[in-house]
Ligand binder design. Structure first.
Ligand code: SF4
Ligand code: SF4
Length: 97
């Protein structure tokens, strides 16, 4: 018997939920922010999409793609599904760890 076969089996998996936002559906998050407002644990935040040259330029939040919503604190997600239920365009998907 090889030493490897005596080792306990390694189980790989994610520790936190995987949260994805479909950016084709969520195009102007700065004007919506419903998921951000309803989340009890402040998992989401809205960030500006910009190139280095444009970092001082004012960006219109009404224009598609100028801002994106990200689930930056998915470690705090409690899988309550409130964000999924409130999203008007069905853009959020959550996979349990
Ligand atoms: S499932 Fe609940 S805790 Fe998790 S991101 Fe959505 S609203 Fe927040
Ligand atoms: S609720 Fe949906 S459409 Fe609104 S900002 Fe969140 S992901 Fe985008």
């Amino acid at each position: 018997m090889s030493p490897l076969s005596r080792m306990p089996q390694l189980v790989l998996g994610r520790k936190y939920p995987k949260i994805s936002v479909d950016l084709q559906k969520c195009t102007v998050p700065f004007l919506c922010k419903k998921c951000l407002q309803i989340c009890p644990n402040a998992v989401f935040h809205v960030t500006r999409v910009m190139s280095k040259e444009e970092r001082l330029k004012e960006m219109d939040p009404r224009i598609d793609g100028n801002y994106v919503i990200t689930a930056s604190r998915r470690d705090k997600c409690i899988l309550c599904d409130k964000c999924i239920e409130i999203c008007p365009v069905d853009a959020i998907k959550i996979e349990e760890p």
